[in-house]
Design a protein around this ligand. Structure first.
Ligand code: HEC
Length: 107
């Protein structure tokens, strides 16, 4: 009886592990379609909703795509010194930076 219970638990565990790895496997596909709008959520806390800052942070909404791309790449490479943006920019690929620049330039 105990054995059967263990077996059932083991089967359930394996089933959920398989499900989890199937979910993980589809993660790259999701990352590919992550739009600038989704990525931009992480920027709102500092730069204001839609990049329109109400405080001391620079407003990034409406700046040109080229400006935002250049800034983020320079932060990422360390060419441009910053308090926080170096660390943030390092978390994004060039494609994601392009998507972010497109998003904020159109706000
Ligand atoms: C923790 C707060 C914080 C977050 C989150 C943040 N930023 Fe910044 N950002 C700053 C600060 C502060 C500066 C000024 C440069 C510095 O000191 O890092 C800045 C500067 C910038 C600039 C240059 C603006 C200018 O006029 O020179 C751009 C572009 C920018 N951020 C884009 C982004 C994007 C895109 C995101 C989201 C991926 C983001 N930031 C997330 C704090 C933040």
């Amino acid at each position: 009886m105990r054995r059967a219970k263990f077996k059932a638990a083991a089967v359930a565990f394996i089933a959920s592990a398989t499900l989890a790895s199937a979910t993980l496997a589809s993660a790259p596909a999701q990352a590919e379609i992550a739009s600038g709008a989704v990525l931009a959520n992480t920027c709102f806390s500092c730069h204001g909703t839609d990049g329109k800052s109400a405080g001391d942070m620079p407003t990034i909404a409406g700046k040109s795509e080229d400006f935002i791309t250049r800034k983020l790449k320079a932060f990422k490479s360390g060419e441009l010194e910053a308090t926080i943006m170096n660390r943030i920019a390092k978390g994004f690929t060039d494609e994601e930076i392009a998507a972010l620049a497109k998003f904020f330039s159109r706000r």
